[in-house]
Design a protein around this ligand. Structure first.
Ligand SMILES: [Zn+2]
Length: 65
């Protein structure tokens, strides 16, 4: 899964693209609720994918495949 900003733009780091960062600011406490929700959701999604990746690596290392 590619990490994307809430506006759909691909981002490599952080939670928002530069444009959205300009609009909403870097201070999470000042974000509207829907924005916090979307960013949290995306982070959960990324964590899950990372866990699956780690799993695949450990299986390969053990010579299961
Ligand atoms: Zn954006």
């Amino acid at each position: 899964m590619r990490k994307t900003c809430v506006c759909g733009k691909c981002i490599t780091r952080g939670d928002l693209c530069n444009i959205c960062l300009n609009i909403y600011g870097a201070n999470r406490a000042e974000w509207p609720e829907w924005l916090k929700f979307l960013v949290n959701d995306m982070r959960k999604e990324l964590r899950r994918e990372r866990r699956i990746d780690e799993h695949e690596i450990s299986f390969t290392d053990l010579g299961v495949y």
